[in-house]
Structure formats: C-alpha cells, structure tokens
Design a protein around this ligand. Structure first.
Ligand SMILES: O=c1[nH]c(=O)c2[nH]c(=O)[nH]c2[nH]1
Length: 296
C-alpha cells in the first residue's frame, strides 16, 4: 500500500475588510468577509515541507486589502478580480476559489431623513421581553440584542492616560461600530408594547447617529438618556455595547496610500462598554433583572 496525497487546497479564511467611500459628505461603505483558497501543485509542502510553491495565506490576505483600495464595486466583481489574480500568479497554481460574504448596511433615519454617515446593519436584531411576577408585582423588561450600527465619522477618542502599556494613538476621527444589546424596564403593565418598542428602538438609533462621540461610553449614556427623555414609561435602560474595532490597514508595503478608505474589521478582542442609565425618582427593582444574561 502506498500513501498518497489527495485533493488539497489552502488559503486565508474570513478576511474582514471594510472600505469607505468618503468622496462626498454622504459616505458609502462596503463590508466584506473574504475567503480565498488555492489549488495546484502543493505536494512538496505537504510531503517535505518545501514551501517554494506556497503563496502565503498572509499574502492572500494582503491582496484582499490592497485590491479593496481601488474600490470593491460588487462582491462578484471583487471575487472575480481576486480569483483571476491568484489563479494567474504562479504556473503551479491551477485554480483559486474566492468566496465573498457582503454585509448590507442601511442608513439610520434621523427625524425621517437618512443619515450621511451613520448606518445600521441590515438583517435585524432580536427583540426580547422578560416578565417577572414577584410578591404580587409584575415587572416588564423589554429589550433588543445585536442591533449592529456603525458611523464612518463623528467619533473621536483622546485624552486618556498613558501608562507604560498604553500604545493606542489618540484619534479625532475614527469608525465607531457596535452591536447594541439594550434592556429597559417599564413602569406599568398596560402599554402599547409594539409602539413603545419601536419608539425606544428609533430613539436608540437616532441618538447613536446624532451624538458626536468622544467615547463609546458617552454614546452609551446619550442613547440611554434619550430613551428616558422620550419614553416616560421607561424607568431604566441597561446597555451592553462591544466596541467593534476597525483598524486602518497599512498598505504602504504595496506602494499604496490609505486615506481612511480600507479598514480591517477585527472581531476580537473587543472593548466591552456597559452601563445603566436610570431615573433617580423611580424605585429600583433588582428582581426584574434576575437571570438576565451578562451585564444587562
Ligand atoms: O470609546 C472608547 N472607549 C474606551 O474605553 C476605549 N478604550 C480603547 O482602547 N478604545 C476605546 N474607545
């Protein structure tokens, strides 16, 4: 019996690239998850560890970012460009498969008008409701999870202390993105549940879009406060908001500039900003929150 190498392929999976078009004040963005896989004669790498035929997965990732610098146009056009490039790059590469997932973003409406640089990820969040009956009282906690929002500008972060391990650069303009999980406790049990939910959701979105952010913490507070100001039946709002970091990709190694166009959407680690915003004249009801997952 001989042991032979069968079909194989290799590549970089899930390159998260975000490209922003800032050519007018009405920004647009493309948000992609790109995976590449090459086929060809890679037997030497498998059999003896000879990498002479291995176009590195790192280079495949870099190619995705570099090509995004010129614009993505469409997932199909971008994948075609990448696959053609990889398949033609070396004689021993016989084929390439490039898979692109494209995440849609809708503009957040503020006062009914679509915002220039604040977006909500299409696809929808999860609506939640928890009712606790305790000691003859009913408590209603409503909420939503995974409301993904992003601003391409209108976000700064600076003025933080610099200890021995602080390397983060201060910024006056960055992408701000988060997946909002919010829970809010109602006073009363006889409300227009659908209508009130819609109002809270709209208020959260409008506050995210309209707040010029100096920190995600400040945005969190502004969102909670806006809900309390808009909906008198809400006693407190608990928010959990991961800071979904978007790092400007350095393209200089490929002779390309990057004037705030191509970003790496990092999935972890992420900052996790959590907080409660509440009225000080309404009794607390910790029992209403028991068993709520995580902070909220
Ligand atoms: O809005 C932010 N809040 C932070 O606490 C923080 N920390 C960090 O590294 N970046 C940010 N951004």
């Amino acid at each position: 019996m001989a042991i032979v190498l069968g079909p194989n392929q290799y590549g970089k999976a899930e390159v998260r690239v975000v490209a922003v078009d800032r050519s007018t004040p009405r920004h647009t963005l493309v948000d992609l998850n790109v995976s590449s896989a090459l086929r060809g004669d890679f037997s030497a790498a498998h059999l003896t560890g000879d990498n002479a035929h291995v176009l590195t997965t790192d280079a495949q990732k870099n190619t995705v970012f570099a090509f995004a610098r010129d614009g993505v146009a469409s997932p199909e056009a971008f994948a075609l460009r990448l696959a053609t490039h990889f398949a033609g790059s070396y004689p021993w590469i016989s084929g390439a498969r490039v898979a692109v997932e494209s995440y849609g973003w809708d503009r957040i409406a503020v006062g009914g008008a679509p915002h220039d640089h604040a977006f909500r990820r299409a696809g929808g969040e999860v609506r939640t409701a928890v009712v606790t009956a305790d000691d003859g009282e009913l408590h209603v906690v409503a909420g939503l999870a995974d409301l993904v929002v992003l601003k391409t500008t209108g976000s700064e972060f600076w003025g933080f202390p610099r200890d021995a391990y602080t390397t983060l650069a201060e910024t006056r303009d960055r992408i701000l993105a988060t997946a909002v999980t919010a829970r809010w406790r109602y006073v009363g049990t006889d409300l227009d549940w659908h209508g009130t939910y819609d109002t809270v959701r709209t208020t959260l979105l409008e506050a995210f879009a309209s707040t010029h952010s100096l920190a995600l913490q400040q945005t969190l507070h502004a969102m909670g406060a806006a809900v309390l100001e808009t909906v008198p039946e809400v006693a407190e709002v608990r928010l959990s908001m991961p800071n979904k970091h978007h790092f400007l990709q350095d393209l200089s190694a490929f002779g390309l500039d990057n004037p705030d166009v191509v970003y790496h959407a990092d999935d972890r680690p992420y900052g996790l900003i959590e907080g409660t915003v509440l009225r000080d004249d309404v009794p607390s009801a910790e029992v209403a929150w028991q068993g709520t997952p995580g902070f909220v």
